[in-house]
Ligand binder design. Structure first.
Ligand code: SF4
Length: 284
């Protein structure tokens, strides 16, 4: 039951299409909260789409009704869902979750229906003991996003847990035997201390290079002259540059690149990714 004047979030389930949907193995997305994310990352893609229509309210996101969510999932064909990604247009572990516990209830429901789920978050909350108590080792796959290794720098453009807390959460989940990855996304080479990154105690890393459009250009103070490959509305680093940068990442047993630029996508799939059939490299 949603209390008071809380706005109900109705469009909690989506399937992404287009270029991303064609390349992504996990296009079914579920958001426990909508129309705003308190992490309020300056560069947020969802914000770039919703803010100008006055549909982005990070201070009071709309809240999904877990009973409706689970009822809708129960009517769907499990094959159609595949692995359900929690966190599409917002973060399912933004601070409101501490109070509303919508994601908590959804995870319990997914466990009961034996539907596997992929949590993508910038919050260390996912590794709090109360969530560890319900995350099912066979169903749960967790990617914790890191955009820089510098806590102070991260505070200048995102309000989620600082990177050192996210890294502690990753290491806790790894030690407990979960299928967890450090999701370096976007990978901004200048923002990374490779000594810190390569010493994270986690087996798996997923890398997504920064791609640049006018919105992104506005938020990061970078020299964008190296982003010379243009495709689908974004500028990308050339594959040769990406290959050189990735050699600096040495601390992980399994590496994979999430990519949407066609030439590079083919290269990573055929020559680099730990699992060529799944660029998310989930343990399935
Ligand atoms: S955590 Fe994700 S959804 Fe939330 S503001 Fe940041 S980029 Fe947007």
């Amino acid at each position: 039951m949603l209390g008071g004047t809380m706005k109900e979030f109705q469009s909690f389930l989506k399937t992404v299409g287009g270029n991303e949907g064609n390349k992504c193995h996990y296009p079914s997305r579920l958001d426990s909260y909508g129309c705003g994310c308190a992490h309020d990352c300056k560069y947020c893609y969802a914000k770039s789409l919703l803010k100008f229509r006055n549909l982005w309210h990070p201070e009071h996101p709309a809240v999904a009704n877990p009973r409706k969510v689970l009822r809708e999932l129960a009517f769907m064909n499990p094959k159609q869902i595949g692995v359900l990604r929690l966190g599409g247009m917002t973060d399912c572990f933004q601070p409101i979750e501490k109070d509303k516990r919508i994601t908590y209830q959804i995870i319990q429901g997914l466990n009961a229906m034996r539907i596997p789920y992929l949590i993508v978050t910038k919050s260390a909350m996912v590794a709090d003991d109360e969530y560890i108590a319900i995350l099912d080792r066979d169903l749960a796959h967790i990617q914790i996003t890191v955009t820089t290794t510098d806590d102070e720098l991260s505070k200048t453009y995102e309000k989620a847990s600082v990177p050192s807390e996210r890294i502690k959460a990753i290491e806790k989940l790894q030690a407990l035997g979960y299928d967890v990855q450090l999701r370096l996304s976007p990978f901004i080479p200048k923002y990374i201390d490779y000594d810190i990154l390569n010493n994270v105690k986690c087996d798996k890393i997923l890398i997504e290079f920064l791609r640049v459009n006018a919105w992104i250009e506005k938020w990061f103070r970078l020299d964008y002259s190296a982003w010379t490959v243009y495709e689908n509305g974004y500028k990308h680093l050339p594959l040769s540059v990406k290959k050189a940068l990735i050699k600096k990442i040495t601390g992980f047993k399994e590496m994979t690149v999430c990519e949407d630029e066609t030439t590079a996508y083919k290269y990573w799939k055929e020559h680099f990714n730990h699992n060529p059939d799944d660029c998310c490299n989930l343990r399935l």
